[in-house]
Design a protein around this ligand. Structure first.
Ligand SMILES: [Zn+2]
Length: 256
């Protein structure tokens, strides 16, 4: 039986021992199941940025959950809504450097663990400023988020730099940041509470810039981050969103 396929050869051997087809099927099923278990222990990894520790690290897949999500579509031709089930996957991974958990997602994923390398990180989410924000501020902010978990004083200093860049963009006169923020308030560009937030960033930023190089872990990096992104949203995000919603309202009125 030279050249015979391994599984067929295995079948003929078992037949020699007078095993029935049913017994052979059960045996092959058990062996396949065990082999599958072994394959499941395969390591699925990818190198990516870890928002927990702020490094490019190895992310190791621990668990995959596959399911079908229900999506509603609209059929323009027949003017009816219909539901369709589409495959989705969640991958739970850990950062091999800091052991922080990472949740990845795959839309239309069908291959279980094998889809992990092409999945997208959905938690923890790294904040990215929209394209409405000037590029220089986005670049400074991206640098800040990369060092957020590694050095809180450097992070605070970098966010202060983002604030300076925002003043440049709004054409505030060069000088002390405190004066520039006052000018922003007086010009009506930013309301009082946001100016207070900016002043808090300025103060923590001073600690960051003038610190001796040691990390001051007690700096409230998340609050500094939230305040800055709120200011950016107020200055750049809301005006464009207001224009967008006005435009869609106009289109709605024209159709109805
Ligand atoms: Zn990490």
């Amino acid at each position: 039986m030279a050249g015979e396929r391994p599984l067929l050869r295995f079948y003929h051997i078992l037949r020699k021992y007078s095993m029935s087809n049913v017994e052979i099927s059960v045996l092959i099923f058990i062996i396949s199941y065990e082999l599958g278990g072994l394959l499941m222990n395969e390591r699925w990894t990818k190198i990516a940025f870890c928002p927990h520790c702020g490094n490019d690290t190895t992310h190791l897949l621990k668990y995959t959950d596959s399911f079908e999500g229900i999506y509603t579509f609209f059929d323009d031709e027949h003017e009816i809504e219909y539901d369709q089930n589409l495959p989705e996957e969640y991958h739970l991974a850990i950062c091999e450097t800091c052991r922080g958990p990472l949740l990845y997602y795959n839309h239309l994923g069908l291959n279980g663990d094998k889809d992990f390398p092409k999945s997208s990180l959905i938690w923890p989410k790294q904040k990215i400023l929209t394209e409405k924000v000037p590029q220089i501020i986005r670049e400074y902010y991206e640098e800040a988020t990369r060092i957020k978990r590694r050095g809180s004083n450097s992070f605070a200093g970098q966010i202060r730099k983002c604030l300076e860049a925002l003043c440049d963009d709004r054409k505030m006169k060069k000088g002390d940041l405190i004066k520039r923020l006052e000018e922003l308030e007086n010009s009506g560009e930013i309301p009082k509470h946001f100016i207070e937030m900016a002043n808090i960033i300025r103060l923590f930023g001073n600690i960051g810039v003038h610190s001796s190089g040691k990390n001051i872990h007690s700096l409230p990096v998340d609050t500094i981050d939230d305040f800055f992104t709120a200011i950016v949203e107020y200055v750049y995000g809301f005006p464009s969103r207001i224009e967008e919603i006005k435009q869609s309202y106009k289109e709605y009125k024209q159709k109805n």
